[in-house]
Design a protein around this ligand. Structure first.
Ligand code: AKB
Length: 325
């Protein structure tokens, strides 16, 4: 991506991905060239090191005003409701996840926005595909509203690319683990909460079964994937719906055991709730060979390095000690 010419907007910049992605983009392209957009959540104070705008992505007038005011030509569109919250309020999930995205595409069509990153998810898959190494082209019949909106969003992305030439790029993120901003309302959130509780109380009540295996990724890999895909030559971006993207797959029990190696006396109780059915409808691992082939995707973090780094970062953040065995 020609860095000098770009003016970037990050919607959902106060969320789990947005907080860290905004800082990474500001480091790369200059703070003044990256506008952080938020709406509901109070932003991390770090976001104030560059322009910040409060607006609602479901209101196209507000969205257009921000885009024209800053001369935006590139958008990382992260504003979204996650799967578990979506099941509690399907109307809200559709409004934010799909109407918000369509608003952006319409504004992009008439303003100067030429490149968009939009995250899809492993939630596009439903229970009727092979759950191990799920292929890129598997049937998409999700059973959550979050997944249904992601499938519709992928098709919209492809449509606006073909019809209007808007360069929209997307990956199907697995569950994301990070230490800066906690996720809110996802099915994979257990994999972040477990670290906080291990350090705060040495015990965690997990809302998924011990043997639940899901594809997961550490935030530095997730940020690198987004930026690498956005910087790839257009000719290499062969998939215009969304790329399968993978790093590691592990069960809730595997993660608990990994943490227990480092946090003495840590105990987990498994009490599955409604989120178990969501997790059971998703792949345990996905085949991301097209992303690896087309634009050189490689992940760096495995379960051991994720656990080590998370515990290091959170002991500092929470100002706690860990007694190792
Ligand atoms: C969720 O759990 O809803 C998200 C996702 C896998 O898209 N983290």
């Amino acid at each position: 991506m020609e860095t000098s010419a770009r003016k970037i907007l990050v919607t959902g910049s106060t969320g789990q991905i947005g907080t860290e992605l905004t800082q990474e983009l500001r480091r790369r392209y200059g703070a003044k060239n990256v506008v952080a957009g938020g709406h509901r959540r109070e932003p991390d104070p770090s976001i104030r090191n560059g322009p910040f705008e409060v607006f609602d992505v479901t209101d196209s007038t507000e969205l257009r005003a921000v885009i024209t005011k800053h001369g935006i030509d590139t958008v990382y569109h992260l504003a979204a409701v996650l799967s578990a919250v979506g099941e509690k309020d399907p109307v809200l999930a559709w409004k934010i996840n799909l109407d918000g995205f369509r608003n952006l595409l319409e504004v992009a069509r008439s303003e100067r926005v030429s490149r968009i990153f939009w995250p899809s998810s492993i939630a596009v898959f439903g229970p009727d595909v092979s759950r191990v190494n799920t292929p890129q082209e598997a049937k998409l019949t999700p059973t959550t509203i979050y997944g249904v909106a992601k499938v519709a969003g992928e098709l919209l992305a492809n449509y606006y690319y073909l019809k209007y030439g808007i360069d929209i790029r997307s990956v199907r993120y697995p569950g994301l683990i990070s230490s800066v901003t906690p996720p809110g309302g996802g099915t994979t959130d257990y994999a972040v909460e477990i670290f906080y509780e291990a350090l705060k109380s040495r015990s965690y009540k997990c809302f998924l079964r011990e043997d639940t295996i899901l594809p997961m990724m550490y935030m530095p890999d997730a940020l690198r994937a987004a930026i690498q895909l956005m910087e790839a030559p257009a000719a290499n971006v062969m998939c215009r719906t969304s790329y399968n993207l993978a790093a590691v797959s592990f069960s809730a029990g595997d993660l608990a055991r990994e943490i227990s190696k480092r946090v003495k006396g840590f105990r987990v109780e498994y009490k599955p709730d409604y989120r178990q059915a969501i997790a059971d409808s998703w792949p345990m691992s996905v085949d991301d060979s097209r992303a690896r082939h087309d634009w050189g995707w490689r992940h760096e973090y495995d379960i051991q390095s994720i656990a080590r780094d998370m515990l290091e970062k959170l002991t500092l953040k929470l100002n706690v000690q860990i007694d190792k065995d």
